[in-house]
Design a protein around this ligand. Structure first.
Ligand SMILES: [Zn+2]
Length: 572
């Protein structure tokens, strides 16, 4: 038994996430956490909402709410949706928690004491009417390159030219439309990441099992051009963690907060402290996951994220932890994902295009989505959601293969032997062959799950379901029953045990159906099979069961067409 710390990239607070967001970190992290728990490991699985920064302020203003109130509400919405998708977080925290505020301020002080933070003056656009400095993307104006009137201060969306706010013609505040803008001098704290370059490079060089995609992204940022850049870690905002120095305002930084990208990853640690507090545990209980001087030496830490988040997790966050000089646990393995596209285009939050988490649960139970998303996870390249493919996958894999097997064997047993596992007969060559095939497939399934090769794992699980169907079809208990009821009893007994085994093996992918199936079979024991033969005799003759409700309903063409139209754009 090992100890596994698992974190999923933390979703931003300003709204409900779409399925592309879900499959890019939280859902595969949940699969891995569930699998490791099933194998008997000790797991701490954490996620949180990322709550600071200008987008949260603007979303709150749009909703006519105070930002703290807005964030509290949206946190509840996201937590409910996570529960609806059966994401099995040990804790779903908040980056605005007291724990994160204290820890972020603490780490900043440690970095300062190590000589890794310095103050720099810079010139920024200030909006007199708004009474605030404006981040580049909140300044709008006419693009000097193409004449597009809604170009942003960092980039023109129309011609994609990178811009400085001062390039814009007739610049205005994107927040209020005010045109009275001035360039003012302001001071910010910078994290001197460039001085940590060699230590980070050395650490990354030690990660021989990381995918090339991950290490090449990190090395590009470390060495390309001028190399790793120092990073501003404060902003002129109200909403955030105040830049304080041991409880007192940081001299020269009064009224400023830490940049959201500095405090958000620190929430991975603070979330463990929140978990300990919420569950009545002590500080030592969370520190043994995060402090290598307090027991975290033997923890294996895996992070899940989209590929766009890789630089922050391979460089910025490790720079914070290494630079602090304190013995924090660093990540052991990063599992990163490409993008999921939607029906010939992209998921778009701003255009309301695609299926969002709340819509999805209104249409169908979580397992349908979990199965499709995980079996099509954008692992080695981008993937695409189409309604045709979703319909096909649900109808074939879930309804025809798994659902049909369970339905046939339980109903046949009820009609011929009653609602108890039949007795009589003994395994013959067909059963031996099946056990051999399943042993090989189970070993492959475990290998893929351990390596987090999720598509391969899903394909192997499906093959395990298919093997049961093929066995039942070939063994044909309905034919055997007429001549040799004992032979039919063997087949049915083994098939009912297979159904129990399927519930155990499928739980990480489709936890609700697995639960329904286990309940129907009266299978208390959900232990992962270490001896396949024994596992296929776990339900003894005479064991009572009931026929479960249909595990999965098929999606018909009319539904598919209706949904494809509904989610084509302009949600809400
Ligand atoms: Zn332009």
């Amino acid at each position: 038994m090992a100890r596994h710390l698992i974190t999923s990239a933390i979703p931003y607070i300003n709204g409900v996430k779409h399925l592309g967001n879900l499959v890019g970190s939280q859902l595969p992290a949940d699969l891995y956490a569930r699998y490791l728990r099933a194998r008997g490991h000790e797991v701490l699985f954490l996620c949180a909402t990322d709550e600071h920064g200008t987008p949260a302020e603007l979303a709150a203003a749009k909703a006519g709410k105070a930002v703290a109130e807005y964030c509290a509400e949206m946190h509840r919405v996201q937590a409910d949706l996570a529960a609806g998708f059966r994401l099995s977080f040990d804790h779903f925290g908040r980056s605005s928690s007291d724990h994160n505020r204290r820890l972020t301020q603490h780490l900043a002080v440690k970095l300062f004491e190590a000589g890794l933070i310095e103050e720099r003056a810079e010139r920024q656009v200030y909006s007199v009417a708004d009474g605030r400095f404006l981040p580049d993307r909140y300044i709008e104006g006419t693009c000097p390159n193409c004449g597009y009137e809604k170009a942003r201060g960092d980039q023109c969306e129309n011609c994609t030219k990178q811009l400085d706010p001062t390039d814009l013609i007739e610049p205005r505040s994107a927040i209020s439309g005010a045109t009275e803008l001035e360039v003012r001098e302001t001071k910010h704290l910078y994290l001197l990441q460039s001085t940590l370059r060699d230590r980070l490079a050395q650490w990354i060089d030690g990660k021989r099992d990381w995918p090339v995609l991950t290490t090449s992204i990190a090395k590009k940022w470390l060495f390309d051009g001028d190399g790793l850049q120092d990073r501003g870690i404060t902003r002129d905002l109200d909403w955030g963690i105040p830049a304080q120095f041991e409880g007192a305002p940081w001299s020269g930084m009064e009224g400023k907060v830490f940049y959201v990208w500095f405090d958000a990853p620190i929430e991975y640690i603070a979330c463990a402290a929140e978990w300990a507090e919420a569950t009545g545990r002590s500080d030592a209980d969370w520190e043994r996951w995060w402090r290598t001087d307090k027991g975290a030496e033997d923890v294996r830490y895996t992070q899940f994220m989209g590929k766009d988040n890789v630089p922050f997790h391979t460089l910025s966050f490790p720079a914070t932890l290494i630079g602090s000089g304190e013995p924090w646990k660093l990540v052991d393995y990063i599992k990163s994902f490409n993008y999921l596209n939607y029906d010939g285009g992209q998921f778009s939050t701003s255009q309301g295009r695609g299926v969002f988490m709340d819509d999805a649960l209104d249409l169908l139970p979580a397992d349908y989505w979990r199965w499709w998303l995980l079996s099509h996870v954008p692992e080695t390249s981008d993937a695409e959601f189409t309604w045709e493919n979703f319909q096909l996958s649900v109808n074939k894999d879930l309804a025809d293969v798994l659902g049909n097997f369970v339905s046939r064997v339980t109903k046949f047993c009820r009609s011929k032997f009653g609602e108890a596992v039949p007795e009589g007969g003994a395994w013959g060559p067909q059963e031996q062959t099946l056990v051999e095939e399943l042993s090989a497939r189970l070993a492959a399934y475990e290998r893929h799950m351990e390596a987090m090769e999720i598509r391969k794992a899903a394909a192997e699980l499906r093959a395990i379901w298919v093997a049961g169907n093929e066995y039942l079809q070939a063994a044909a208990p309905w034919a055997a029953f007429k001549e040799d009821p004992a032979r039919a009893a063997v087949i049915v007994r083994l098939s009912l045990n297979l159904a129990r085994l399927y519930a155990v093996l499928s739980e990480p992918f489709i936890p609700d159906a697995a639960r329904t199936l286990r309940d129907a079979l009266g299978a208390e024991d959900a232990d992962w099979p270490t001896d396949l033969r024994a596992a296929l005799e776990a339900l003894p003759a005479g064991h009572a069961f009931r026929v479960p409700e249909n595990l999965f309903a098929k999606i018909d063409d009319a539904q598919r067409e209706d949904w494809a139209q509904r989610f084509a754009g302009t949600r809400g």
